[in-house]
Design a protein around this ligand. Structure first.
Ligand SMILES: Cc1cc2nc3c(=O)[nH]c(=O)nc-3n(C[C@H](O)[C@H](O)[C@H](O)COP(=O)(O)OP(=O)(O)OC[C@H]3O[C@@H](n4cnc5c(N)ncnc54)[C@H](O)[C@@H]3O)c2cc1C
Length: 478
């Protein structure tokens, strides 16, 4: 039987980044992925010369640690910074308005009424909130006013986060903003102070992809990660033993059982719930109760000449009650010109999310019925697209809804009783690729510290009657 320092289950960006950080620290690591390809939600397809990302289309980076990660993964050379110009738009009364960034633009924007602007300026005078679980709507409405909430934050939550401002917990969804309030008593003053204090040490905000799309990040980690990758191996049993964990999995008709000192589950929450159920049903219940929103990603390609809008910027978000069934549209070919053939544009529209889960069941015709009128009206797109490609995710993103931080605290308390078991996926610590890399680095440091603690902490031992059936399976994959 193989003995490993760590097994990571799940080959999405969370698992790959964690396995890479552990392997780089000198640990003997295996990563198990049940599908025949790694990447999880992240996948890049190619069609008619377009580069089509099915989930993350870019990394929004604000931290030096992410740059260092990309460099050490050998991915620096294929890194593709976004094209210059960072205008973002939001739909407002049938027109696209630029989202104001900076004080001057905020004062001049036609997006907000004079009353809305005055309300924003009053933000430093607003007192701290008392409800630790208040929703994003309550938090933003209280601090920045209802108009800013509806015109800027609601579309932001429904778009990139597929979430719902009325249900999303502020402290889980936007922890940095909540921290500014609790530390400085004001978002505006806190942000200003933070900017002054971190001058010189913070990374310059940047967005980037890779020349082969986001799959390059996945392929690079799979190739050069330094761990043993086992594709098509589905983990179906875990149990604690002295000094570590036994992990069992199956691929076709074979099975594999290994001992690992550390076990990282980087699967979606439901899959982690199934794995821990036999040893901690309450933990399984906490994980199983995390809801996910579905998303349809509708890529459309047009001749440049058939789209009247200048497409100068990254795209636009759509607020609720706009009359359109879409959450937002990225102008991918403006961000990364190489992702579309010369003379063509690539417009990627997002449907579904918590706002419209029914879109999960839509076929291509129904999706285009939602997308085409919007592209015609807002971007002056003429005729049918030359290229259509749709990616569907039934469980696209976890929703940090309700008293989510309390759920996470209870999950952490259960993990305390299961030393050597780690949960590292996008339902903990943020959904963005940047957050996944930062969480992987933190998890690897924590795991290394635990490895160095001698003697190993005592694990709970299960009696043999509680072992999953698969433990008795014969036939192993070497
Ligand atoms: C439409 C969309 C657009 C997005 N856009 C952006 C963006 O522009 N920028 C950004 O930063 N982020 C973006 N994100 C978020 C980001 O892509 C995801 O949060 C991230 O990819 C999730 O990674 P993960 O590894 O946590 O989970 P997953 O990608 O879901 O990976 C989990 C893996 O575990 C495997 N698995 C499950 N059970 C088992 C088992 N029992 N045994 C073995 N393997 C198992 C699965 O097969 C899967 O490969 C977007 C997400 C979506 C859906």
């Amino acid at each position: 039987m193989s003995e490993l320092d760590a097994v990571v289950v799940g080959g999405g960006i969370s698992g790959l980044a964690t396995a890479h950080c552990l392997a780089r620290s000198g640990l003997k690591v295996e990563l198990w992925e049940s599908a025949s390809r790694v990447g999880g939600k992240i996948h890049t397809a190619s069609q008619d010369g377009y580069c089509l990302d099915s989930a993350a289309s870019m990394v929004m980076n604000l931290r030096n640690e992410v740059d260092a990660f990309i460099e050490t993964s050998g991915l620096d050379t294929s890194k593709l910074p976004r094209a210059p110009g960072n205008k973002r738009y939001v739909l407002d009364a049938s027109r696209l308005q630029e989202v104001p960034t900076g004080f001057g633009k905020l004062l001049r924007t036609p997006l907000l009424s004079t009353a809305g602007k005055l309300r924003l300026l009053a933000e430093p005078l607003v007192g701290r909130g008392k409800d630790p679980h208040e929703s994003v709507a309550a938090f933003v409405g209280r601090r920045l006013g209802r108009e800013f909430l509806e015109k800027v934050f609601e579309p932001y939550l429904a778009g990139p986060l597929a979430s719902d401002v009325d249900h999303a917990e502020a402290v889980s969804t936007m922890p940095r903003l909540r921290a500014l309030e609790s530390r400085y008593g004001s978002l505006a003053l806190g942000a200003l102070l933070h900017k002054c204090l971190s001058r010189g040490s913070a990374a310059r905000p940047q967005a980037f992809s890779f020349s082969g799309g986001m799959a390059s990040l996945i392929d690079g980690l799979a190739r050069n990660g330094g761990f043993r990758l086992r594709k098509g191996l589905h983990a179906n049993g875990i149990w604690p033993v002295k000094g570590g964990w036994m992990v069992a999995g199956s691929a076709d008709k074979q099975s594999r059982t290994v001992f690992a000192r550390q076990l990282v589950l980087s699967t979606p929450a439901g899959a982690a719930a199934r794995l821990v159920h036999a040893l901690d049903p309450l933990l399984a219940e906490l994980l199983g109760g995390i809801d996910y929103a579905p998303i349809k990603v509708v890529h459309t390609g047009f001749e440049r000449a058939r789209v009247g809008h200048p497409l100068g910027g990254s795209g636009f978000l759509v607020p609720r009650h706009s009359g359109f069934e879409c959450n937002g549209c990225l102008w991918i070919s403006s961000l990364f010109p190489g992702h579309a053939p010369a003379g063509k544009v690539l417009l990627t529209t997002y449907l579904g999310g918590a706002r419209n889960p029914a879109a999960a069941g839509w076929d291509q015709t129904r999706c285009l019925d939602a997308v085409s009128p919007m592209l015609r009206k807002l971007l002056a797109a003429r005729g049918e697209p030359d290229m259509v490609h749709i990616a569907s995710h039934q469980s696209a993103l976890p929703l940090y809804h309700g008293r989510y931080s309390e759920r996470l605290s209870r999950i952490a308390a259960h993990l305390e009783q299961l030393p050597g078991l780690h949960l590292e996926a996008n339902y903990r610590g943020g959904v963005s690729v940047r957050d996944r890399i930062l969480c992987a680095q933190a998890a690897a440091s924590r795991i290394l510290r635990q490895q160095q603690e001698k003697p190993a902490r005592t694990s709970i031992w299960l009696d043999s009657s509680k072992l999953p059936d698969v433990a008795a399976a014969t036939g192993t994959i070497s």
